[in-house]
Every structure is written in structure tokens, then in C-alpha cells.
Design a protein around this ligand. Structure first.
Ligand SMILES: Nc1ncnc2c1ncn2[C@@H]1O[C@H](COP(=O)(O)OP(=O)(O)OP(=O)(O)O)[C@@H](O)[C@H]1O
Length: 227
């Protein structure tokens, strides 16, 4: 277990959608370099919690600090800097269908200001990491669902994010591909990334020693260390 200074601090956070409270009074510290599973039943608030961390959505009440930045008070021109700290692996973060795999990944690196020579190297390297280097010039619709999921993951990690947020990252994958992806996330963690994985897959959680944050109807119910 890591005991480094928190990279994320969540103070009494609420998220409401109309009359519905998706998250209620969440207080939580996440240490730099931790590997964490966020568990809970469907609708418990797992996705919502991850979205609040990268300012995908604003909190309704409370505060979140990320790498010292208070998300409630962050200046607009700092938001791209905040977002670059994160690699976000979400099911609804689709690939652009009429751009090749290479272009889908390189776009993210271009926006972050990387030079073309580095971009070419980096794209090849992340595609190698997910075992799909040979699909670099393919268009997403010609790939299987599992392959598209792996490309989404390659795109998320291409910018060497400090924090990886993965929402059911193995959801659409067969057992072997799921294991590949979990190994990749573990490797990134060993290299220093903070990794949060939202899942209701008990098997996934059982196989990995990690801190577990359990949500029940929007409340932080228990914390445990799986081993
Ligand atoms: N944009 C939204 N508008 C209204 N309600 C929302 C919105 N997003 C989430 N909710 C509600 O907030 C609650 C938490 O949803 P969330 O998606 O965070 O759950 P989850 O634990 O990730 O579930 P699942 O495992 O099914 O993905 C749910 O009741 C959901 O209906």
C-alpha cells in the first residue's frame, strides 16, 4: 500500500441530478500511486464519482482537490492542464469512426502539443502495449468491440497520464483480453500512475491486491484492502 501525499482529496462532496442524489457526503483521500477499485451495484454512483474527479461534471456541493488544484475554483485556462493529468477510459468515449487508429491516438497528443516525431513513436508504443500495432491504419468500424476497447485504452494512456480513471475497462472483453488490459493497468501503476477502476465485476477485484472503495446508493459505505 502506498502512503504518499494525496494526489486527490474529496471533501464532503454531493452530486445531485434534479431531486436525485447520485453521491452524498463523500470524503476521501487518494494517495499518489495508489491502485483502487471503486465497487458498488449498478447506479451506486461509481461513474459519477470518476466524472467529478476530472471535472467531467461539476460537484453540487463540497470540494475536490487534484494535485493541489481546487476544482471548484479552477481558472478556465487551467482546465486543459488538469485534464492532461488524466487518462480516461470510459465506455462512451468513442473513437472517431472516419479517422484511422493512428489518427485517433495522435490527435490527443497533438492537442497536448507533442512534436510529430515523438507522436509517431508514442502511438506505436501504446499500440504495442495493447497488442494491436498491426491495426494502426485500420478504421475503428473494421475492428471488433474488444479491439476498439483496447484502442480506447491505448489512446487514454498515450499522454503518460498521472491518474488513470477506468470505468468497467474490461466490460466488453473476453477473458484473455481482459487479463491483458489488467496487466497493462498494473504495469502503468508500477511505473507510478495512480489507477482507479470502477467495476461491479467481483472476479476482477478478487484477483488483484488493491484498496477498495465501496459505494452503496451514493454513499461511501466501506473501505477495505483486498488481498
Ligand atoms: N446525467 C445524469 N442525469 C440524471 N441522472 C444521472 C445522470 N448520471 C447519473 N445519474 C444517476 O445517478 C446515479 C448514479 O449513476 P452512475 O452512473 O454513477 O452509477 P454507476 O454506479 O456507475 O452504475 P453502473 O454500474 O450501472 O454504470 C444513478 O441513479 C443514475 O441514474
Amino acid at each position: 500500500m502506498e502512503s504518499k501525499a494525496p494526489i486527490i482529496r474529496v471533501f464532503h462532496v454531493y452530486k445531485r441530478y434534479g431531486a436525485q442524489t447520485a453521491l452524498g457526503d463523500i470524503t476521501l483521500d487518494i494517495g499518489q500511486g495508489e491502485f483502487i477499485f471503486v465497487t458498488g451495484a449498478s447506479g451506486a454512483g461509481k461513474t459519477t464519482l470518476l466524472k467529478l474527479l476530472y471535472l467531467g461534471e461539476p460537484v453540487s456541493e463540497g470540494h475536490i482537490l487534484v494535485d493541489g488544484m481546487n476544482l471548484s475554483r479552477i481558472r478556465k485556462d487551467r482546465i486543459p492542464f488538469l485534464r492532461r493529468l488524466f487518462g480516461v477510459i470510459f465506455q462512451d468515449y468513442n473513437l472517431i469512426p472516419n479517422r484511422t487508429v493512428f489518427e485517433n491516438i495522435s490527435l490527443v497528443l497533438e492537442v497536448a502539443g507533442h512534436r510529430p516525431a515523438l507522436i509517431t513513436k508514442k502511438v506505436a508504443s501504446v499500440l504495442r502495449a495493447v497488442g494491436l500495432e498491426d491495426r494502426m491504419h485500420a478504421y475503428p468500424p473494421s475492428l471488433s468491440g474488444g479491439e476498439q476497447q483496447k484502442i480506447t485504452i491505448a489512446r487514454a494512456i498515450a499522454g503518460d497520464p498521472k491518474i488513470i480513471l477506468a470505468d468497467e475497462p474490461t466490460g466488453s472483453l473476453d477473458e484473455e483480453s481482459a487479463e491483458d488490459i489488467m496487466n497493462l493497468l498494473r504495469t502503468l501503476h508500477h511505473r507510478g500512475a495512480t489507477v482507479l477502476i470502477a467495476t461491479h465485476d467481483r472476479d476482477l477485484v478478487r484477483g488483484t491486491p488493491a484498496r477498495r472503495i465501496h459505494l452503496s446508493r451514493g454513499r461511501l459505505e466501506q473501505e477495505a484492502v483486498e488481498s
